[in-house]
Design a protein around this ligand. Structure first.
Ligand code: HEC
Ligand code: HEC
Length: 343
């Protein structure tokens, strides 16, 4: 009798595991794309973009969400949306041939998935695209791929691009806690996207598809576009949130630094203003404070964002290049602060 009930309890578990198992080896098995090479999604797989994306060595990105049949998201203004079990979120990294003209085509490099299993846990997967661009193969151990592209200045650039391994995903997606999605939440999603019939607000579009279980307010918190012409402080804060806060937060990998860079942080000292870095010396470039108001050149934050040296560079690996546009924004932000002095 006892045996029987144990077996009955295990049966759905075994079924779940075998279903997950057969979909693991090739990206194609997840059925996300009608045409993989052009990243055209299948019906029910919805593309999205973020207001403030993570800079990843000038790679372009294609992002998608697929909900399980009948599944709905619980909307929240602040914090993470709650996704239904079985949700798949995908992000493909590619290199455009020419950053100045996306219509000249691109090379798909890797696709990362976060999959919410029946027990409410997110699982990371990473797939490496083949040369024909027909499918991608699971690459649990990560990879290094030689890439090249024409940069915004017209010069050719090359890089040994790093695909993270599946253990590294947790460094950014959750830090000490369980793996979770980072991007698709209200402040980041409240922007337009062209699904084929002209620009449409992404959150309104998802609501029209019946994707939310609860009501979505018309007025919503929204990040400022870092590349736009909006308020400088708001642009810098949305940049830091997207590029740094997944580590620089209470639960992130850089929690112990005490430098927390989420858009909700209000205390200037926690944002780095006149804050002494935990590790001084080489990693700080001899500078004494993370941010010296009015003086970007004396600020550890700028020094570390400009560095491409492992152990100094911020953000940390796997990204390897300094983001010139991001550095320029943070420089302007610090330069505009009232020079009060830190001593
Ligand atoms: C260096 C930090 C970092 C690492 C390492 C990393 N990610 Fe992410 N990932 C992010 C950030 C930040 C976002 C959201 C911003 C964006 O999409 O541009 C993101 C977005 C995603 C998304 C889209 C959904 C979401 O969470 O926003 C998926 C899927 C994803 N990552 C999967 C993975 C997988 C799988 C791995 C490991 C193979 C991985 N990531 C490693 C930082 C990281
Ligand atoms: C993948 C995780 C990760 C990301 C992303 C990241 N950091 Fe860090 N950062 C760390 C860790 C871990 C430390 C503490 C160890 C050290 O100083 O190297 C740190 C330390 C720092 C420090 C020294 C802080 C102090 O007071 O001790 C600065 C400044 C810094 N990071 C800036 C940034 C900025 C700016 C960004 C975004 C542009 C960023 N970091 C993104 C992991 C990260």
């Amino acid at each position: 009798m006892t045996r029987l009930s144990t077996a009955a309890w295990l049966a759905p578990l075994a079924l779940t595991l075998s279903l997950v198992g057969c979909a693991e080896d090739n990206l194609g098995q997840w059925g996300l794309f009608a045409d993989p090479a052009s990243q055209t999604p299948n019906e029910g797989v919805v593309p999205y973009e973020l207001i403030s994306p993570l800079f990843s060595d000038y790679a372009a990105k294609h992002r998608f969400i697929q909900l399980p049949e009948g599944g709905q998201i619980t909307y929240t203004d602040e914090g993470d949306w709650v996704y239904p079990l079985g949700t798949v979120i995908a992000k493909t990294f590619s290199y455009p041939r020419d950053l100045r003209d996306p219509s000249l085509g691109e090379r798909l490099i890797e696709t990362r998935l976060l999959v919410l299993d029946d027990f409410g846990e997110w699982h990371p997967y990473v797939y490496l695209w083949n040369d024909d661009q027909t499918d991608a193969v699971r690459a649990r151990a990560g990879a290094r791929v030689d890439v090249s592209w024409i940069h915004t200045d017209g010069a050719e650039r090359t890089l040994e691009y790093r695909v993270p391994n599946e253990v590294q995903c947790a460094n950014c997606h959750g830090g000490a806690a369980a793996v979770t999605p980072i991007g698709p939440r209200t402040e980041q999603m409240d922007r337009d996207y062209d699904y084929g019939a002209g620009p449409e607000n992404q959150i309104d579009h998802l609501a029209s598809l019946g994707w939310f279980a609860n009501d979505v307010p018309a007025a919503r918190p929204r990040f400022e576009d870092p590349d736009g012409a909006g308020d400088l402080d708001a642009r810098a804060r949305s940049y830091l949130d997207a590029n740094c806060a997944h580590c620089h937060s209470e639960t992130g990998a850089a929690a112990q630094s005490g430098l927390w860079l989420g858009a909700d942080i209000e205390d200037p000292a926690v944002l780095g203003v006149c804050k002494r870095p935990v590790a001084a010396g080489r990693g700080a470039g001899g500078h004494r404070f993370d941010i010296v108001p009015g003086d970007p050149d004396a600020s550890v934050m700028v020094f570390r964002m400009e560095s491409e040296e492992a152990g100094i560079k911020m953000p940390e690996l796997p990204s390897q290049l300094s983001h010139a546009e991001g550095v320029a924004l943070i420089r302007a932000w610090i330069a505009a602060m009232e020079p009060t002095g830190c001593d």
